[in-house]
Design a protein around this ligand. Structure first.
Ligand SMILES: [Zn+2]
Length: 240
């Protein structure tokens, strides 16, 4: 026999709904993409990140159980599910769940219009394919104009950290970072070079410890002006 509940159906179903399902429903309703390297902070309500942490802990515990690891008696893995959940949500994939760092932009009062290079900035990410670390460096070249907003040098690192703090694909990561810097500062030209070791190549797969992936993205005048492009590439210290 079916039990009849006095609680209104809405509340009853909402109570047991995992918070990730609620967030996904909002994303679906807004027709927003939520790929691994998308930021979804706008769809998370206050207090939900803590609930998400509990949910991921429970699911991570299930992974450990299925790996047949005795987390009850093995003190080394006793709190591993919680530690991994915290690492994902609050550290290495934080760039998915929090809003962009607040960056104060200033007008270009000095009318700077010379090529400026920032780097190397150390970047840490993980590949979307295996969730293995991707660690490397980026160099950013900016050609400002009189209307370009100026941001402090350390701010480039903070923007990079936000973009890289998601499961990423290197080619897409540099494009996301370029879009973000273009939007924030609107320079005449922007160039980004990223060089990184992918640990899914070193730890597993071909187990090649030395292979690195280098890619670049050019915007604005860097696309048209090969002299400028060469100047930027020549000024980047020898990679490797
Ligand atoms: Zn990988």
């Amino acid at each position: 026999m079916l039990m009849k509940s006095d609680t209104p159906l809405q509340d009853a179903t909402d109570e047991g709904t995992p918070v990730s399902v609620k967030i996904r429903e909002r994303l679906a309703q807004a027709r927003k993409r939520f790929n691994a390297n998308d930021n979804i902070a706008k769809f998370i309500e206050p207090g939900e990140l803590e609930k998400l942490l509990d949910e991921v802990t429970g699911k991570m515990q299930g992974v450990l159980d299925s790996l047949v690891i005795d987390t009850a008696t093995d003190h080394n893995t006793h709190n591993t599910a919680r530690r991994v959940a915290k690492m994902y949500l609050n550290e290495v994939f934080k760039g998915r769940y929090v809003h962009a760092p607040t960056i104060t932009e200033f007008p270009n009062a000095e009318h700077l219009n010379e090529l400026m290079i920032v780097g190397p900035i150390t970047v840490r990410s993980a590949c979307s394919h295996h969730f293995c670390p991707v660690i490397g460096k980026i160099w950013i070249g900016v050609l400002p104009n009189e209307h370009t907003n100026v941001i402090g040098l350390s701010k480039y690192a903070r923007l990079a950290e936000w973009v890289m703090g998601r499961p990423q694909i290197q080619e897409e990561a540099v494009v996301q970072l370029a879009d973000l810097i273009m939007e924030k500062t609107q320079p005449d030209g922007l160039a980004i070079v990223m060089e990184a070791s992918h640990y899914c190549m070193a730890w597993r797969g071909v187990k090649d410890m030395d292979s690195k992936m280098i890619n670049s993205v050019m915007r604005g005048v860097f696309l048209k002006d090969s002299t400028l492009r060469r100047e930027f590439l020549a000024l980047i210290p020898q990679k490797g």
